[in-house]
Design a protein around this ligand. Structure first.
Ligand code: GLN
Length: 473
């Protein structure tokens, strides 16, 4: 038996009944990393103290003090801080940076004595959807090594899919948890904005960013989410609570069919989506055709608001406070040289775009307008959630693409068409594996596909409820 193939739920039982030790489990993950990481480029670093963490977790289990995640090996995205450990956001500018404090979400897992195996590859500063923007090489899809694993949390999703960890933390600003989860055939949750503290997450777009879990099942995703959520005094946007639903009513799921009739959605995705709807109907849910007239503007809105926030968040990397510093004759030259050498092309592109949309002559035309559209889209969603409990779309318009295949930034941005809306409105959204696409020139018999469910703020529970039924958990 490949023990790293287990779910968190099964593993908990085996650890508690002493049929399995934390050391055996950790070693099995490490073995998979040893065998496959060179080829797949999932972990940027495997921590040297994994076995030590496993021994400490075992002591806690032996004392009968185990919590749900005690001894469970998890992976962490390279933009979430653990004190004393490196965190580079897959950027040259932070290549040897060591965190001086621990992110609240990570701390909550450490408090349960979960085991952090190592930090995973990603698009530089989370800007991308394929990890092709990592300064340390692309992560390959475990299903087909000629294809991307998705991004920006590509390493985290691939680590779970390749049995290198039982779960992982990612971050999601416009789809970075859901899209790689869908490409790698695993579950990914983007929680409600603010339901998980952002303290210790390297900021990309602060009004959009959220940390969330990736795992093999909905139940495992829920377990990690319950461990990391909650109000944190270190993040003033964080919040507590959950929305209850009247249990007796039949769950209604809205489908904005008009969005699906656009160009650019692959026939495999459309076919799988229609089949998924049938499956959902057969499970006893009600499907309703709904209209979200401005959802198709989300992508444009996102690619104005996000770079605006990026341009301001990236200002801290100046070669003085931390990370890379390229010395030169005066302070301004140090800034310029450090940022020029330290940031990759996509990061520089977004800083320039963001600075432009915020500049005095263009602010109203771009940023101001995008903020108005954000409000309109949010209002539309609020109205929609009065009529339905969840909204269903595919997670991505197509399955994982071939490495290097997309030649322009715009082609990459279009992959986010279904995912960005949840970030714009702050709603929770989950990607569920929904089957496989048979693609002729793929090295794999089938490439994973995913469907996305969104719900109203703080309604993660409804996503878990539908998700568990869908995956027959
Ligand atoms: N793919 C999107 C982007 O490139 C989303 C990234 C993210 O969620 N961090 O911005």
């Amino acid at each position: 038996m490949d023990i790293s193939n287990l779910t968190i739920k099964e593993t908990r039982r085996l650890l508690d009944s002493k049929e399995l030790s934390t050391k055996e489990l950790a070693k099995s993950c490490l073995k998979n990393i040893e065998n496959k990481n060179k080829e797949l480029n999932i972990f940027l670093e495997v921590y040297e103290d994994v076995i030590k963490q496993a021994i400490l977790a075992q002591e806690i289990i032996d004392k009968g003090e185990a919590k749900y995640l005690t001894g469970i090996p998890l992976a962490i995205k390279d933009n979430i801080l653990i004190k004393g450990k490196k965190a580079s956001a897959a950027s040259k500018i932070l290549e040897n940076y060591r965190a001086t404090y621990t992110a609240t979400a990570a701390q909550k897992l450490i408090d349960q004595s979960a085991i952090f195996i190592g930090r995973t590859n990603m698009d530089e500063f989370a800007m991308g959807s394929s990890t092709e923007n990592s300064a340390f090489g692309v992560t390959k899809n475990p299903y087909d090594i000629s294809r991307v694993a998705g991004g920006s949390s590509g390493g985290s999703a691939a680590a779970v899919a390749a049995n290198m960890a039982l779960g992982a933390l990612g971050s999601d600003t416009g789809g970075s948890i859901r899209e790689p989860a869908s490409f790698c055939g695993v579950v990914g949750l983007k929680p409600t904005y603010g339901s998980v503290s952002r303290y210790g997450l390297m900021a990309m777009g602060s009004s959009l960013d959220v940390i969330g879990p990736i795992a093999k099942t909905v139940s495992d995703t829920e377990i990690i989410f319950n461990a990391i959520k909650g109000r944190d005094k270190m993040d003033s946007t964080s919040r507590e609570g959950k929305k209850e639903r009247l249990k007796e009513e039949k769950i209604k799921i809205g489908v904005p069919y008009h969005i699906l009739d656009q160009e650019g959605i692959s026939k495999e995705v459309r076919k799988n989506f229609d089949e998924s709807i049938e499956k959902i109907k057969n499970l006893g849910f009600e499907i309703k055709d709904i209209k979200l007239p401005n959802m198709d503007k989300s992508l444009a809105v996102y690619y104005i608001i996000m770079p605006a926030e990026v341009s301001s968040n990236m200002a801290r990397y100046d070669g003085i406070k931390y990370g890379l510093s390229v010395s030169d004759r005066d302070l301004l030259s140090v800034y310029k040289k450090t940022r020029g050498e330290g940031f990759g092309r996509e990061v520089r592109r977004r800083i320039i775009l963001g600075t432009y949309v915020l500049s005095s002559g263009y602010y109203d035309a771009y940023y101001g307008k995008a903020m108005m559209a954000r409000k309109i889209i949010s209002d539309e969603f609020r109205v929609a959630f009065d009529a339905v409990d969840a909204i269903l779309t595919p997670t991505t318009p197509a399955p994982a693409w071939k490495i290097g295949e997309k030649s322009s930034p715009l082609e990459n941005y279009l992959a986010d068409i279904f995912t960005v809306t949840a970030n714009i409105v702050g709603a929770p959204a989950i990607s569920l594996p929904s089957g496989y696409a048979k693609i002729e020139d793929s090295l794999s018999a089938g490439l994973p596909l995913g469907i996305q469910l969104m719900a109203s703020h703080m309604s993660e529970d409804i996503l878990f409820e539908i998700g568990k039924k869908f995956l027959n958990e």
